[in-house]
Design a protein around this ligand. Structure first.
Ligand code: CA
Ligand code: CA
Length: 218
């Protein structure tokens, strides 16, 4: 009886150790997918907000008329108050800066608390001379730095720098260098060229179609 009790206690200790190991494995197994799930949730919500911002840009053009009677897009916000910054000439203070979130009535930041970026073709945001169906656009979207073209002649682009912010790779740098060329592709983890930026643009065809449908153009 005494031997049996001793054996039983030893078995319980081993059992407890096994249970602890299993619980540890379960926690580790669950924790990783949870992190990935949260990242995915933030990514999807940011994508949705960028789509809403794109709609708001088109909405702005539908309800704002330049001095010549033509529509125009908003200017970027350059002094961090959320409202667009425009010179007395009607031209933007800067054609690439933060999204004018207060002007558009939407949120300022992506899911990682960084302000959304916005670039517009200068002639499309001019409140003296608005845009027409033949106004040239100057923004180019590539599938990778130096790669094939995804879209050209784009009037305006919106951008989130993603979870890693201003990444060091060539593709992320192309989205941070202040010029009219941007890169858009799905997130990648390639060492040295990690990419998690989200890029959404306003295609000229979509913008023009909405203006014509509403009777704002031609
Ligand atoms: Ca990034
Ligand atoms: Ca660039």
């Amino acid at each position: 009886m005494k031997i049996f009790a001793h054996t039983n206690r030893g078995f319980s200790l081993v059992e407890m150790a096994v249970v602890l190991v299993i619980v540890g494995l379960l926690i580790a197994g669950l924790a990783l997918p949870l992190t990935a799930q949260i990242d995915m949730k933030h990514y999807n919500e940011t994508q949705k907000e960028l789509s809403d911002l794109r709609e708001a840009l088109i909405g702005y053009a539908l309800s704002n008329t330049a001095l010549d009677g033509k529509p125009h897009l908003p200017c970027p916000d350059t002094d961090l108050d959320g409202f667009e910054n425009r010179e007395a000439t009607g031209l933007c203070t800067n054609i690439e800066s933060d999204v004018p979130w207060a002007t558009l009535g939407l949120g300022q930041s992506d899911n990682w608390s960084n302000a959304y970026r916005y670039r517009v073709t200068s002639a499309f945001a001019n409140s003296t001379t608005g845009f027409t169906l033949s106004t040239p656009r100057d923004i180019l979207i590539l599938e990778k730095a130096g790669g094939n073209m995804l879209a050209s002649n784009v009037p305006a682009v919106l951008l989130s720098k993603g979870k890693n912010g201003f990444g060091a790779g060539a593709d992320e740098q192309e989205n941070s260098d202040g010029d009219a060329i941007f890169v858009s592709h799905t997130p990648t983890n390639v060492a040295g060229n990690e990419f998690d930026d989200l890029v959404v643009w306003v295609p000229a065809a979509v913008l023009f179609n909405r203006m014509v449908t509403a009777g704002k153009l031609p």
